[in-house]
Every structure is written in structure tokens, then in C-alpha cells.
Design a protein around this ligand. Structure first.
Ligand SMILES: *[C@@H]1O[C@H](CO)[C@@H](O)[C@H](O)[C@H]1NC(C)=O
Ligand SMILES: *[C@@H]1O[C@H](CO)[C@@H](O)[C@H](O)[C@H]1NC(C)=O
Ligand SMILES: *[C@@H]1O[C@H](CO)[C@@H](O)[C@H](O)[C@H]1NC(C)=O
Length: 401
């Protein structure tokens, strides 16, 4: 017994001595072809299932949320304030303060940028009234989710008046919004996304400080809070008081949809070759991965931007700080494709296979758990992967010219 223990310890020690740096485990990459095949079969499968139509429900909810937003932004007199104070729980009150602060800031910032709507809308027979920044901010919170799906409406469909009035109205809203909001998501460096880092980590392995240092050493920036929009949201504690009530959850969810869309569109605009995702979340239990902004909004938007808008082929590199790549990767890949079957269906001239070939996105996951940390050695390794992808992209570019 004792001997066996000794041998095991020795063996472990030897292994560490032989390879003192590489404490992470890199899983084989999913190739572009593998992911294309997976996506094709998802689209084919979804084609046989009737998607429940929710348009009516979405519109009713939008109307209701618009009222909440309008109430929130109305200047309040003393009496209204007193009634609010009596009526609302302290978390609702905090949530409203957070929302008001974000809305106020975004409205002023929008006005400073003097955004414009796509000019093709001017040629519509009955033009819609010009958007204002106040309305545009209300659009974010009341209908963010719906607006993201309008990305798939092509400009030429709008130009040829081949869309419903409802879609036209949303197209105008999205066009105005993109004109100012994407500017607020610029980061100086390439952007990375993350979930589950917090300063309370007793081991100090996965704090925001560690995250930010790692981002710097791979010459990336975190989208939130490094971009202006990220700072505005973080300035209101990421709306943390708004997750207790269905209505304010919907408002915050809409905001995250739009914010993630803008972040990822920013990456696509820059033709960023790699998307680094740092994940420190369990798959099951409370506060699990499936609840995170990364999983519900950011990764699905990467899928939209790559295949839906098309012709963007980043390599996604997931670093899993819990060492659960074997579960995290499939769960996140499912999210990557989540919005695509509906999108593919609306592009009638594209077969499932042809649609899947619109991107050559690749995927790799690196487990980094136990004694592995976001240190210089790992940063160096990830940077090597980023540089290799850049070199590959340059070569592909040359071949095409
Ligand atoms: C909307 O704004 C444009 C300038 O961007 C202006 O030319 C046009 O007259 C405005 N339309 C309405 C209805 O106010
Ligand atoms: C909006 O928030 C940003 C980031 O926190 C801050 O720098 C800026 O001063 C704020 N602007 C207004 C008008 O409140
Ligand atoms: C993830 O968390 C949510 C909310 O806490 C919960 O409803 C869901 O069942 C969890 N998922 C798993 C797989 O445990």
C-alpha cells in the first residue's frame, strides 16, 4: 500500500518535472468540414419540425415592454416617487435605477453621434417618421431579441419592397441602431469573450484581474468592460438587480441580445481571425453555463455572423478553466448553431449543404484546470494559435487573389 502510494507520487512528480510548463490539455480541433456537416444535419432535422409561430406573442410583449420603458423614463413628481417607494421592493428599485442610468447614458451618447437610417428607406412610398435616439434606446430594451433576427432581412428585399410593414418597421429600427451602437463596441485590440470570472474566487485563479492580464498578454481586450458599451453596462453593475422579475428579465435579455450582436458584428467587421472564449462555469447546477450571456447571446451571434451574414471564418478557441471541454464544447457548439436553422430556412435559394458552406469556422477547446492557470505559458501558447490562424488567413487571401 505504502509502496504503491510512493510510486504514484514519484510518477506524478516525474511527469511534472518532465513537462513543467504544459499544464493544459489541448483537444483535437473540430475542422471546418466537421462543423459544416454537423450544421447541415441540424438544418435538415429542423426542417422536418414545425417551428411554433410566436410573432403575435412577441409583438404583444414588445408593446408591454415599451410601456414599462416609457414609464421608467418619465420625469417623476414627488407623489409618483412616493408611490414608487412604497410599491417597489428594494431590488426592483435598484433595477430601475440601473436601467435608467444605462438608458440615459446611451441616449445622450447616441445624440452625440447623430446617427442616420439607411437611405434606401427614404424611397418607401409611405416613409416612417425619422427615428430619434430616445426611440432607438427604447428599441434596444423592448425588442432587442426581435431586432437581432432582422439581421437576416436583406437590403435588396427591402429595396424591392418585398417585406411586410412590420419587418419594414423593424428594419428601420435595426438600421438606425447599427449606425450608432456598433461604434460603441470598438475595442482597441481584438476582442475576447468570457463567462464566470469573479473577484470572489478564493484561489485567485479566475479573478477579473487574471482575466484582464491574460487578455492583455494575448493582445486582446475583453468586450465588456473594455469597450464603451461594456463600460456603460458595467457602470450599472451589469443590471444585476434585474434578474428577479419576468418583465425586467425580458428588458435585460433584450439588451444583452443587442449588445452581443454589436460586439460580434464589431469582430466580423474587423475580420477577426480568432474568437477566444474563456469559460469558468459548470454545466449543471446553479449559475451554470447555459445561463450565461456568453452561451445565450454571444456564441449564437458568432454563428449568425459567420454563416447567417456569411463569409466570416474565425477559429473559436475555448479555454475551459474547469477542465470540462468534453461537455462545454458540445454544449456551446449547439448554441453556435441555435439561430441558424430558422435563418437557413428563410434563404430559400440555399440548400442546407450550401448554407453550411458559407463559413469555414473551426473550433478548438483547451482544458486548463487544477494547477493550470492563465499564466504566461498559456498566453504564449494561445498567441501562437492566433498567429498561426492569421498566417493561414493571409495565405488563403493570397490564393484567392
Ligand atoms: C428625416 O431626416 C432627414 C435628414 O436625415 C430629412 O431630410 C427628412 O426631411 C426627415 N424626415 C422627416 C419626416 O422629418
Ligand atoms: C456614460 O458611461 C461612460 C462609461 O461609464 C462614461 O464614461 C460617460 O461619462 C457616461 N456618459 C454620460 C453622459 O453619462
Ligand atoms: C442550469 O441552471 C438553470 C437555472 O438555474 C436550471 O433551470 C437548469 O436546470 C440548469 N441546467 C442544468 C443542466 O443543470
Amino acid at each position: 500500500m505504502m509502496l504503491r502510494f510512493l510510486l504514484l507520487t514519484l510518477a506524478a512528480g516525474l511527469r511534472l518535472n518532465n513537462d513543467p510548463v504544459r499544464l493544459w490539455e489541448e483537444h483535437p480541433a473540430s475542422t471546418a468540414e466537421e462543423l459544416q456537416e454537423l450544421l447541415t444535419s441540424m438544418i435538415v432535422e429542423a426542417g422536418t419540425v414545425q417551428v411554433p409561430h410566436k410573432a403575435g406573442g412577441a409583438e404583444a410583449q414588445e408593446v408591454e415592454l415599451r410601456k414599462v420603458v416609457a414609464d421608467m423614463r418619465k420625469p417623476k413628481d414627488l407623489l409618483a416617487n412616493m408611490i414608487h417607494t412604497i410599491w417597489q421592493s428594494s431590488s426592483t428599485k435598484r433595477c430601475h435605477q440601473q436601467l435608467e442610468q444605462v438608458m440615459g447614458n446611451l441616449t445622450l451618447t447616441c445624440e452625440g453621434l447623430q446617427p442616420k437610417t439607411d437611405w434606401i428607406l427614404d424611397y418607401y412610398a409611405s416613409p416612417l417618421p425619422n427615428k430619434t435616439c430616445t426611440q432607438s434606446v427604447s428599441d434596444i430594451f423592448a425588442s432587442g431579441d426581435e431586432l437581432v433576427s432582422i439581421l437576416q432581412v436583406s437590403r435588396s428585399a427591402v429595396a424591392s419592397l418585398d417585406v411586410s410593414d412590420e419587418t419594414f418597421r423593424r428594419y428601420q429600427a435595426l438600421s438606425f441602431l447599427r449606425n450608432w451602437l456598433v461604434k460603441l463596441t470598438r475595442t482597441h485590440h481584438h476582442a475576447l469573450i468570457w463567462a464566470g470570472f469573479w473577484d470572489g474566487d478564493p484561489q485567485k485563479r479566475t479573478t477579473k484581474g487574471k482575466l484582464s492580464n491574460f487578455a492583455k498578454s494575448v493582445e486582446h481586450a475583453t468586450m465588456h468592460p473594455d469597450s464603451f458599451l461594456g463600460q456603460v453596462i458595467e457602470g450599472s453593475q451589469n443590471l444585476d438587480a434585474c434578474y428577479e422579475d419576468a418583465q425586467t428579465i425580458a428588458l435585460a435579455g433584450n439588451m444583452w441580445s443587442i449588445a452581443s450582436m454589436s460586439f460580434v458584428l464589431g469582430m466580423r467587421e474587423k475580420a477577426q481571425g480568432t474568437v477566444i472564449a474563456l469559460v469558468n462555469k459548470k454545466i449543471t447546477g446553479e449559475r451554470n453555463l447555459s445561463q450565461s450571456v456568453l452561451s445565450t447571446h454571444e456564441i449564437p451571434t458568432v454563428g449568425l455572423a459567420a454563416w447567417g451574414l456569411g463569409f466570416w471564418s474565425p477559429k473559436v478557441i475555448v479555454v475551459d478553466l474547469m477542465g470540462t471541454c468534453s461537455q462545454t464544447s458540445p454544449a456551446l457548439q449547439k448554441q453556435l448553431f441555435a439561430r441558424l436553422p430558422t435563418w437557413a430556412k428563410s434563404m430559400k435559394r440555399w440548400s442546407a449543404e450550401a448554407f453550411a458552406r458559407r463559413s469555414r469556422l473551426q473550433w478548438q477547446c483547451i482544458d486548463c484546470s487544477g494547477t493550470c492557470s492563465l499564466d504566461d505559458a498559456l498566453a504564449e501558447h494561445v498567441e501562437k494559435l492566433v498567429k498561426a490562424k492569421e498566417a493561414q488567413d493571409r495565405k488563403d487571401q493570397e490564393l484567392r487573389q
